[in-house]
Write a protein that binds this ligand. Structure first.
Ligand code: MSP
Length: 637
């Protein structure tokens, strides 16, 4: 039996869980569920990373002692996951005594081997990253990730001879193309390994930091947080003698985002080589979610709360959107409008309609029971073949963590079934009294619904279970074998009774507020706005525009100076109050709607020749956008 062990990063407890953490963990959950449907022996680990400077600083800021603080935040992660449909097998915390003991045991082993030495080091330390940078690695003197000035620290510390394992690691990556995927990250790591590797500083003196795991060979030092954290992947399995370790290691796949590529692709495998533990099987690296094309950050106030999305759009719609709209390995842009569009197109239209119409027809033509089926035509065979090939494609893509491609492929089958119904027109067969043919067509479609209901379980578990119940199909993951489903078409047995209605995915509207706010406000009257005549409205010249440049206006916190293109040689300068809502560099290339015939006005000495239309949202001002790019200068009415 195949064995599959999947992990997420263990998250720092200095921040509350947000969209980014939810994405990785939901993706891991989907992949884990998928492997369960391949009938493999599986294990799924997530957890929290609780030591280090960052955590101490966050606890101090919250006026709490570190232990009380980490207990509270870790609990937030632990209670969030079930709310997002995540079924992890275990949850590890680096403050657990078993984990600490395991870290000390590995440190001692590496020390005894002669791979740890004491030395002096000076370097640029970024507290955000919890690591040292060389001058070369800094970006104009700043930390390349946080863009903050690092602290120069010179101190005596213990070092791990990482450089000793550089060649073995490079050889392993070259010989095993699937070790790091997608390809661009493998290339990035190979490029890193072309330069000589520095040894890794793995301790912090207690005079500076006490919140960590004490080194077993020097009680004046604690362990560097990354050396401690990475070991979670084996400590949770009870390395070295634990039953779980013997079952699941080294069949491990570590899922991470690109921000922590180096610790996973370089620190961790060299640590394993030194400790004499087999290398993990694969590192899978995904990109970053941005929000409306901007980095998600607390200071910009655009952090997406997973539970709020669940409340607004339902859990499965949210999970589906995350999996469908992020191409694995690339960055994705999160927007609620995007979520609604995707929901309506794929779930309400394609999937929802297919179930609604099929169940309704089964009731209308066969009293709600799966009818008997007669011989197939070539169209029936083609339809079933599409079902098999869509399932094979789905499996292949999900094995590579490419959920967006997998779902896209599988939806070909869902759309195919809708087209098949249109072409076979059961309503005409019914009218013509062709009951036998009608039975064959309806059984084929109903059997197609069964395979859809099973296949969507990894991504939309609640929906899958509801759809199975509607089809009278008993669902248990241990009874489903997706590979078998990709090889042979299984027909539903005649006589099974199906539900009258499905209604899993009613169309969604873009909701600006959480539903309860809406309800609370629904009694209050619309604000009174004086009516205008249509002629008044027509006086406005509204045009579609392209923002070609944006910069801050000196001395004005709220203003941005925009250059906009209004089509054939019409360029304008507009001063707009957007500085608190958009970083200027994110506006270049963005479409907007502009009032062009507003009387020009000087603002801070700059002549503003128009106005950009914006929408007030709880998350701040948003530039009004059409749903498609339009040529600059097009009239808006
Ligand atoms: N504690 C370390 C990991 C140690 S693993 C042995 C850490 N923690 S973290 O809380 O900063 O989590 C980083 C991870 O969170 C990313 O690798 C990714 O999985 C997830 N994400 C956080 N923000 C994200 C986005 N905006 N987009 C996608 N995923 C992101 O690093």
């Amino acid at each position: 039996m195949n064995v599959f062990y999947i992990t997420t990063p263990i998250y720092y407890v200095n921040a509350h869980p947000h969209l980014g953490h939810a994405y990785t963990t939901i993706l891991a959950d989907c992949v884990h569920r998928f492997h369960r449907l391949l009938q493999e022996k599986t294990y799924f680990l997530t957890g929290t990373d609780e030591h280090g400077d960052k955590i101490v600083q966050a606890a101090e800021k919250n006026k709490q002692d570190p232990q009380g603080y980490v207990d509270a935040i870790s609990a937030r992660f632990q209670t969030l996951w079930p709310e997002l449909g995540i079924e992890n097998s275990d949850f590890i915390r680096t403050t657990y005594p078993e984990h600490k003991a395991c870290v000390q045991r590995i440190l001692q082993k590496v020390f005894d081997k002669g791979d740890i030495y004491f030395g002096e080091y000076g370097g640029y330390y970024c507290y955000g990253c919890e690591c040292f940078y060389t001058e070369k690695e800094l970006k104009e003197g700043l930390c390349p990730d946080h863009l903050e000035k690092p602290h120069y620290i010179q101190e005596k510390n213990y070092f791990f001879r990482m450089s000793k394992y550089q060649d073995r690691l490079r050889g392993h990556i070259q010989d095993n193309p699937a070790f790091i995927r997608p390809q661009q990250y493998r290339n990035e790591v190979l490029a890193m390994l072309r330069e000589p590797l520095d040894d890794l500083c793995i301790s912090r003196p207690k005079s500076r930091l006490t919140w960590g795991i004490e080194l077993p060979f020097d009680q004046d030092f604690v362990t560097y947080v990354w050396f401690d954290a990475l070991i979670n992947y084996v400590s949770a399995l009870g390395w070295p003698e634990g039953e779980l370790f013997r079952t699941y290691w080294p069949d491990a796949h570590h899922l991470v985002a690109k921000d922590i590529l180096k610790p996973h692709a370089v620190f961790w495998p060299t640590m394993l080589l030194s400790a004499g533990i087999d290398l993990y099987q694969g590192l899978r690296v995904h990109g970053y979610w941005k929000v409306d094309e901007t980095k998600m950050s607390k200071s910009l106030g655009n952090v997406v709360e997973p539970l709020e999305m669940r409340k607004k759009y339902g859990l499965d719609g949210f999970r589906y959107f995350l999996m469908r709209d992020m191409q694995f390995g690339h960055d994705g842009s999160f927007s609620e409008q995007g979520l609604v569009n995707r929901f309506n197109a794929d779930l309400a239209n394609d999937l929802g309609n297919l179930f609604n119409r099929t169940l309704a027809m089964t009731h209308k033509y066969f009293q709600g029971k799966v009818p008997p089926s007669a011989g197939w035509t070539s169209e029936d065979r083609d339809m079933a073949d599409l079902g098999l090939s869509a399932m094979s494609g789905y499996i292949e893509h999900l094995e590579a963590f490419q959920l967006a491609l997998g779902l896209e492929t599988f939806w070909e089958f869902i759309r195919g079934l809708n087209r098949y119904i249109d072409a076979q027109a059961p309503w005409r067969l019914f009218k013509a009294g062709e009951t036998e043919r009608l039975g064959t067509v309806m059984t084929l479609v109903l059997s197609g619904l069964r395979r859809i209901a099973l296949a969507v379980w990894p991504v939309m578990p609640e929906t899958s279970e509801t759809l199975c119940a509607q089809l009278g199909v008993r669902f248990a993951p241990e009874d489903v074998d997706l590979r078998r489903e990709s090889r042979s078409w299984q027909e539903l047995q005649p006589g099974i009774e199906v539900a009258k209605k499905s209604n899993c995915f009613p169309r969604q509207e873009f909701q600006l507020e959480a539903p309860e706010h809406k309800a609370a406000d629904s009694d209050s009257k619309e604000p009174e706005v004086p009516e205008i005549q249509f002629d008044d409205f027509q006086k406005l010249d509204l045009r579609s525009a392209l923002i070609t440049n944006a910069e801050r206006v000196k001395g004005a916190d709220k203003l941005l100076k925009l250059e906009v293109d209004l089509g054939v040689s019409r360029k304008r300068t507009i001063v707009s109050g957007l500085a608190e809502h958009y970083a200027p560099e994110t506006l270049q290339g963005k479409q907007a709607v502009v009032v062009t015939n507003l009387k020009p006005r000087k603002l801070r000495g700059i002549l503003s020749q128009g106005m950009v239309l914006t929408v007030e949202t709880p998350a701040g001002l948003k530039i009004l956008q059409g749903d498609e790019a339009t040529p600059p200068g097009s009239k808006v009415s």
